[in-house]
Write a protein that binds this ligand. Structure first.
Ligand code: SF4
Length: 694
C-alpha cells in the first residue's frame, strides 16, 4: 500500500501527514519528515479521512424543483441553468448584482481562480471571502505598521528559542495542539510564556503567567505595557530611532495609561502588568503574537496595532528569535488572502486600485485592463445586500449561514436570492437555501498548494480518487466560465497549470510566488514567500534589514481604547465571547459528521463563572438561555472558574438552534470590516428542563 505525503484539511498549521488508500477508510499517519508538526497530529487530523468516503457525500449536482426539493441534475443541466439565470440577473440588474464568496480553506489555486472568475467571467466587483471574518484585522494592522501581511514573519522554530512570548487571545493547545511542542521547547530552554485571554484556556493554564483580560480592553493593556516600558527605561531607543517613525505620538498617548488605570479598564492586577512589561523589556529575545481574541472586534485593527507598538518599542522585529506576528486560523488563511479573492485585491497581494497592478494582471489574464472591475463589497456587506443589490450568489468553501454574525438574519437573506449556487462536498445550513448544489472533490482527492501560518507554501497532494460524479472546484469554476461564454480564459490541464499562472500574476507583487514550483516545494519541504525567482531561496524571516514600506521604516500608530459597539446594560450584563474547541473546526460541517469527534463533543456548551451562574440560577449540566439584542440560544452549561465572572464563552461550530452566531452582532471594524464576534452584551437565564412544567 503506497502512502502519499500530503497535509491535513483543517487549520493553518497544515500538519504533514501520509495517506494510504485502503479498501475501507484511507489510513492517516503523521509525517515525521515535515518540519512543522514533526509527525504530530491532533484528533481532527487523525480522524480527517472519515470525511472522504462519508455516507453524506454529494455525488451529483442537485437542483431545487418547483416543490422546493433538491433533486438530481446532470452537470450539463446545472451549468446551463447557472449561465441562463446569471445572464437574466445581469441583464436586469447589471454585472454587480452577482456576488461570489470564497473561503480561507481553499487552495491558493482555487482562491486565485475565484477572484479571476468573478472579474473575468462574471465581471462583477462583488467578490470576497470568509477570511474577512478571521484574519482581516491582523492583515490590516500588519500592512499599516510593517508594510506586509504575513502572519508569522519568522518560522515556528524561532518560538522555541525566544526568551519571552506574549500570546494574546489565542489557544493553540486546543486549536492546533502540535504547535505546543514549540512552546514546550521554549519552556524547557528556560523561556516564559505569558497568555492574555478572558478564559483560563488549556494554553493559559500551561503558561507561566495568565492575564485574564476583560473582553474589549486590549488597547488599555497594550498602552499600559508601553507606559511601563517607557517609564522604566526598557525600550530600544536605537531601534526606534533607526528603523521606525511616529513614536513621539505613541509615547504621549501611553503616558495616560498608568498601571492603576489599566487595572480598572482591563481587570488585570497592576502588579501583573508591570511584571509582564519587565519580563518583555528585560529579555534578550521576545515575541508578541496576537490571534482572534483582540482581532475579532470592531476595533480589531487598532488592537493589533497596539500590540505591534509594544513590539516596535522593544525593537523585536528582525532581532534573533524575536518578532511580532499573528496566528493564522483557517487552513489557507494566509494564501487565501493573497491571491485575489478579496474585494479590493488582485493576485500577489496587489491593490485593485493600483494602475500598474491592474495592467500586469490584465496582461496575464489576457483581458483589457478597463474590464477589471473596481473594489466591491466586503463579505459581511455583501451578505447584508443579499436580495437587495445582490440577486445571485456563488459560494465556494464558505458556510455563512453558520459563520456569519447575526446568522439567523443572514440565513433569511440567503433565501431572498434569485439564484444561490453552492459548491461543496456535503449539504450544509447554507445549501438549505440553495437553488443549485455542485458536488466538489475534497482535500485528499485533488492537488493544490496551501500557505501555512509561517508563510511556507506547501503542496497538498491527491492521495485517493474522488467518488464518481464529483468534480474538483477548479473543474467547476472552469465549467461555469465556459457556460458563461468565457471559457477561453479558463483552460487549465490541472492545478499545477493554475499555479504556474498564479506565479506569473504575482510576479513583482508583495506576495511574490513566481519562483515557487511544485517541484521545489516537494524538494524543500515548502518554500517561504516572497520568492521572486526560481534560484531565490525564499524568505523565512522578514524585516531583518528593512521594512517593506515606502521609507523602509515601521510605523507606530497612536491608538486609543474605544467603546464596545454592543454595550452592556441592566438587561444584558454579561460579555458573550465565542471561539473554537479542540474537536471541531470552523462551521463544523466536516467535523460534526465524524463519529469520534461528535461523540467527544456532540453539542456546544456555554462556560460560565460560578457567580454568574448563580445569578442566572443555573448549575452544572443545566440548560441556559443566552439572549442578546439579535436573538436567543438555549444550550447546556458548564460552571467553571476558568472564565471571568463578567464573561460567558460559547463555541461557534454549530448551526440552527445551537448557532452561537445567532447571538453575535454586526458592528464592523472601519478598516478591516471584521465583525465584532468576540463581544456581545448578553443575558443568561435558566431554561426550564423538558421535565419541568412551564
Ligand atoms: Fe490538522 Fe491543525 Fe490538527 Fe494539525 S493541528 S492535525 S493541521 S487540525
Amino acid at each position: 500500500m503506497q502512502a502519499i505525503a500530503t497535509h491535513c484539511p483543517y487549520c493553518a498549521l497544515q500538519c504533514g501527514m501520509h495517506i494510504a488508500d485502503s479498501p475501507g477508510l484511507p489510513i492517516v499517519s503523521g509525517n515525521a519528515r515535515f518540519p512543522v508538526n514533526k509527525g504530530g497530529l491532533c484528533v481532527k487530523g487523525w480522524t480527517s479521512a472519515a470525511t472522504l468516503g462519508h455516507r453524506d457525500r454529494i455525488t451529483t449536482p442537485l437542483k431545487r424543483d418547483s416543490a422546493g426539493h433538491l433533486v438530481e441534475a446532470s452537470w450539463e443541466d446545472a451549468f446551463a441553468l447557472v449561465a441562463q439565470r446569471i445572464a437574466a440577473v445581469q441583464a436586469e440588474h447589471g454585472p454587480n448584482a452577482v456576488g461570489v464568496l470564497g473561503g480561507g480553506s481553499l487552495t491558493n489555486e482555487k482562491a486565485y481562480l475565484v477572484g479571476k472568475f468573478a472579474r473575468v467571467a462574471l465581471r462583477t466587483a462583488n467578490v470576497d471571502y470568509n477570511g474577512r471574518f478571521c484574519m482581516s484585522s491582523a492583515a490590516g494592522a500588519m500592512q499599516r505598521a510593517l508594510g506586509i501581511d504575513r502572519g508569522l514573519p519568522f518560522p515556528l522554530e524561532d518560538i522555541a528559542r525566544t526568551k519571552v512570548l506574549l500570546l494574546v487571545g489565542g489557544n493553540p493547545a486546543e486549536t492546533m495542539p502540535p504547535l505546543m511542542q514549540y512552546f514546550q521547547a521554549q519552556q524547557e530552554a528556560g523561556g516564559r510564556l505569558v497568555v492574555v485571554d478572558p478564559r483560563r484556556t488549556a494554553t493559559a493554564a500551561w503558561a507561566a503567567r495568565h492575564l485574564a483580560i476583560r473582553p474589549g480592553s486590549d488597547l488599555a493593556l497594550s498602552n499600559g505595557l508601553l507606559h511601563v516600558l517607557i517609564r522604566d527605561g526598557l525600550i530600544d531607543n536605537a531601534f526606534i530611532e533607526a528603523r521606525t517613525e511616529g513614536f513621539d505620538a505613541v509615547r504621549s498617548l501611553a503616558a495616560s495609561y498608568w498601571p492603576e488605570r489599566v487595572e480598572g479598564l482591563t481587570g488585570i492586577p497592576q502588579r501583573d502588568i508591570v511584571e509582564t512589561a519587565h519580563l518583555l523589556g528585560g529579555a534578550s529575545s521576545a515575541m508578541v503574537i496576537s490571534a482572534r481574541g483582540p482581532e475579532q472586534q470592531a476595533q480589531g485593527v487598532n488592537n493589533v496595532l497596539g500590540y505591534i507598538n509594544v513590539a516596535l518599542a522593544l525593537g523585536l522585529p528582525g532581532r534573533e528569535a524575536s518578532g511580532v506576528g499573528t496566528l493564522t486560523g483557517q487552513g489557507n488563511g494566509q494564501g487565501g488572502r493573497e491571491h485575489g479573492q478579496k474585494s479590493d485585491q488582485l493576485p500577489g497581494y496587489r491593490r485593485l486600485d493600483d494602475p500598474d497592478a491592474r495592467r500586469h494582471v490584465a496582461q496575464v489574464w489576457n483581458v483589457e485592463e478597463s474590464t477589471i472591475p473596481a473594489a466591491g463589497k466586503s463579505a459581511f456587506e455583501l451578505l447584508d445586500a443579499l436580495g437587495g443589490e445582490i440577486k445571485a450568489l456563488f459560494v465556494m468553501g464558505f458556510n455563512p449561514a453558520v459563520s456569519a454574525p447575526d446568522s439567523r438574519r443572514i440565513a433569511e437573506r440567503l433565501g431572498a436570492l434569485d439564484l444561490l449556487v453552492v459548491s461543496d462536498f456535503f449539504l450544509s445550513e447554507t445549501t438549505e437555501k440553495a437553488h443549485l448544489v455542485l458536488p466538489a472533490a475534497q482535500w485528499a482527492e485533488e492537488d493544490g498548494t496551501m500557505t501555512n501560518l509561517e508563510g511556507r507554501v506547501i503542496l497538498r497532494r491527491r492521495a485517493v480518487a474522488p467518488p464518481a460524479g464529483v468534480r474538483t472546484d477548479i473543474e467547476i469554476v472552469c465549467g461555469l466560465a465556459n457556460a458563461l461564454g468565457r471559457g477561453s480564459h479558463f483552460k487549465y490541464g490541472g492545478a499545477q497549470e493554475v499555479f504556474a499562472e498564479l506565479g506569473r500574476a504575482t510576479a513583482g507583487g508583495v506576495a511574490d510566488y513566481s519562483g515557487i514550483s511544485y517541484e521545489r516545494i516537494d524538494a524543500e519541504n515548502g518554500v517561504f514567500w516572497p520568492c521572486p525567482a526560481s534560484d531565490h531561496p525564499g524568505t523565512p524571516r522578514l524585516f531583518q534589514e528593512r521594512f517593506p514600506t515606502t521609507n523602509s521604516r515601521a510605523k507606530f500608530h497612536p491608538v486609543t481604547l474605544g467603546e464596545i459597539a454592543d454595550r452592556r446594560d441592566a438587561e444584558h450584563p454579561l460579555l458573550l465571547t465565542t471561539g473554537r474547541v479542540l474537536h471541531h473546526y470552523q462551521s463544523g460541517n466536516q467535523t460534526r459528521r465524524i463519529d469520534e469527534l461528535r461523540e467527544l463533543m456532540p453539542h456546544p456548551v456555554a462556560e460560565m463563572h460560578p457567580a454568574a451562574a448563580a445569578r442566572a440560577g443555573v448549575a452544572e449540566g443545566d440548560q441556559v438561555t443566552l439572549t442578546t439584542r439579535r436573538g436567543q440560544v438555549t444550550l447546556g452549561v458548564t460552571v467553571t472558574r476558568k472564565v471571568r465572572e463578567d464573561t460567558v464563552f460559547v463555541p461557534f461550530h454549530w448551526g440552527g438552534s445551537q448557532s452561537a452566531n445567532t447571538l453575535t452582532g454586526t458592528a464592523l471594524d472601519p478598516i478591516s470590516r471584521m465583525p465584532e464576534f468576540k463581544i456581545s452584551a448578553a443575558r443568561a437565564e435558566r431554561a426550564p428542563s423538558t421535565e419541568e412544567p412551564e
